[in-house]
Design a protein around this ligand. Structure first.
Ligand SMILES: CC(=O)SCCNC(=O)CCNC(=O)[C@H](O)C(C)(C)COP(=O)(O)OP(=O)(O)OC[C@H]1O[C@@H](n2cnc3c(N)ncnc32)[C@H](O)[C@@H]1OP(=O)(O)O
Length: 275
């Protein structure tokens, strides 16, 4: 992608990292005016290339704009190709840390702060020539992360192929959200804690839908081994009641829950005085 201004001033190396300052890392402006010009040019580049990426992915709105970058702690890596004119920007990727609730291999929910691949695009004229790998590997080295540590936001078929080809990633851990995580994602990750050091516990089960998440002490093993099968007769009243917060209020007996948990279906018409 060519621009009306000379890119060689902005790109001192083939790949530059941009954060919410909208200035390339290590960029030194001669004056305040120079810094403002550079910011405007980087904004123009990001907005333009963000639109191309959205079009390539069939999205109505771009995932990446300069405004979104300015208001976040995400980072963009821009790939530059020098020439004897203004130079070209030929691709970019965007990463950022997000707090996610994701299922681990045992189907248990973990709250992790994970580095995420949020957007990735190489210009059509340069795809399948190895530039994507150069950019992606540069980002991994620069951030000091392994590819399987990344959560991938709604990957396209091309990206899935890319990750399988270059990094052997294909064993996904099924998720309920748009993120794709691969085996190895949880290696070395510490689960984040919630209220009072307890951990929010969400599953895809009707329990979570009916009663909201439960909170478990961190030291309590969260994994259910095969030798400890789920108890069929688990009463809805055994769900951990919170002392504080939006889940603290006493819940009425729920006949649907009783049906699901195979407990007595007789619903008491007595007022509940056990407060
Ligand atoms: C979280 C997200 O960002 S999801 C959105 C990802 N971005 C897109 O889908 C936008 C359009 N696609 C692209 O911009 C690029 O194809 C990228 C970024 C996915 C990969 O960049 P490239 O420079 O093409 O990758 P590179 O040349 O290093 O590797 C090529 C491999 O990527 C995969 N790939 C690239 N293009 C395609 C394609 N058109 N069809 C299928 N697989 C493809 C293949 O595995 C390919 O290997 P192959 O040619 O031997 O089959």
């Amino acid at each position: 992608m060519e621009f009306r201004f000379n890119l060689h001033q902005l790109f001192r190396s083939k790949i530059v990292k941009i954060n919410n300052s909208l200035l390339p890392s290590a960029f030194v402006a001669a004056s305040r005016r120079g810094a403002l010009d550079a910011t405007a040019q980087i904004s123009e580049i990001i907005n333009y290339i963000g639109q191309l990426s959205a079009a390539a992915q069939g999205l109505t709105n771009p995932v990446t704009t300069s405004q979104k970058l300015r208001n976040s702690d995400h980072s963009i890596y821009l790939l530059f190709e020098p020439n004897d004119k203004n130079g070209l920007v030929v691709g970019y990727l965007k990463i950022g840390k997000k707090s996610l609730y994701v299922f681990d291999q045992n189907g248990e929910t973990q709250n992790v702060a994970a580095p995420c691949l949020l957007d990735f695009y190489i210009h059509e004229s340069r795809q399948r020539t190895g530039l994507g790998l150069i950019l992606f590997q540069y980002m991994l080295d620069n951030e000091g992360i392994r590819p399987e540590e990344l959560a991938i936001d709604r990957p396209s078929e091309k990206l899935l192929g890319f990750l399988q080809k270059h990094y052997g990633l294909y064993k996904k851990i099924p998720q309920m959200n748009n993120f794709v995580v691969y085996e190895g994602f949880f290696t070395g990750k510490q689960p984040a804690t919630d209220i009072n050091g307890r951990r929010m516990h969400i599953t895809a089960s009707p329990n979570t839908n009916l009663f909201g998440p439960t909170f478990m002490p961190c030291e309590e093993p969260i994994r259910r081994s095969q030798s400890q099968p789920r108890q069929n007769g688990l009463s809805p009243t055994q769900v951990t009641q919170q002392q504080v917060g939006r889940y603290a209020a006493r819940r009425p007996v729920c006949s649907m829950a009783q049906i699901i948990h195979n407990t007595s279906t007789a619903v008491s018409t007595e007022p509940n005085r056990n407060y």
